[in-house]
Design a binder for this molecule. Sequence first.
Ligand SMILES: Cc1cc2nc3c(=O)[nH]c(=O)nc-3n(C[C@H](O)[C@H](O)[C@H](O)COP(=O)(O)O)c2cc1C
Length: 322
Amino acid sequence: MHSFWQDLPRPFTILAPMQGVTDVVFRNLITEIGKPDVLFTEFTNVEGLQSRAVEKVKEALLFTKYQKPIVAQLWGIHPNDYYLSAKFCKDVGFDGIDINMGCPDKLIVKRGSCAALIKNPDLAKRIIEQTKKASGNVPVSVKTRLGFEKINLDWIVFLLEQEISSLTIHLRTVDELSKVPAHWEVMHEIVKLRDKISPSTILIGNGDIQTYQEIQDKYTTYGNEGFMIGRGIFQNPFLFNKSVNIDYVTVEQRIALYIKHIKLFDKTWKKKNPALLKKFCKTYLSNFEDATSLREKIMLCSKTEEMLVILKNYKGKNTIIK
Ligand SMILES: Cc1cc2nc3c(=O)[nH]c(=O)nc-3n(C[C@H](O)[C@H](O)[C@H](O)COP(=O)(O)O)c2cc1C
């Protein structure tokens, strides 16, 4: 089936789904300052989408038309809940539906979801089938890891046999969490397997990428089409904008961006806990003389209004340290 995945540039970029980080607000900001080729929502629980808490759960699936192409990421255990959730995602206009088969969170894995599916291919197969059945022309993809305790290419072969539109591989095992460098060298073998088993499945590599140059180098070396970046965005929110060098973004611009983020957060979420915004403190307030003391002040705030007053009144030492 032809889908938007085939029409993307080569190599293409994706901002990784990160629960508690890549909400509609942060994605809006990234869309404005340096848009990746594809965006993903945070992972969203399919059972939650069928529960009484549906309105709250659905918040993770908010998006704007400027964020397209955007992929809804789902997780859960019951194939029928995937069916119903995929139908919803299709109806609200998502460009793709991704199934999380990689999250290593202990409680989630204990429930048999996400990374636990690596050990339960029968259930993984049924989940993919039901998601595809409901999604119509909307492409279905999977994001996973290299294996559970150790690298297990049989798992990757199994996924490639499911005729999914794209496959994202976080190049670590579940047990490795994020504690060891990503095993990019395995990508050679995975590309060969893909070419043999399912040439139309688009391959996306993920793990430890910090710069656009690394994407170019890895594309030349390994040949997978897509590159997904997660934590790198904390170091450089302009990462997807090839014409901006973070070293030349002034302190005023960084503070203005944080203010914009906070205001958009307030406007969108109204009563949400502003502690979420503190996760971005270091992203915006780094590499200048007063950055540490400014961050300390922000961390003490309990309201967004207080954060805004501190940032708006800041008139300190503002030379960027490269
Ligand atoms: C705070 C945080 C939240 C995450 N949430 C999700 C998620 O909702 N869905 C998912 O597939 N992966 C999630 N991940 C994993 C990332 O998408 C990515 O696979 C991982 O961070 C490795 O990429 P990186 O080295 O570029 O950060 C999360 C990672 C972090 C740090």
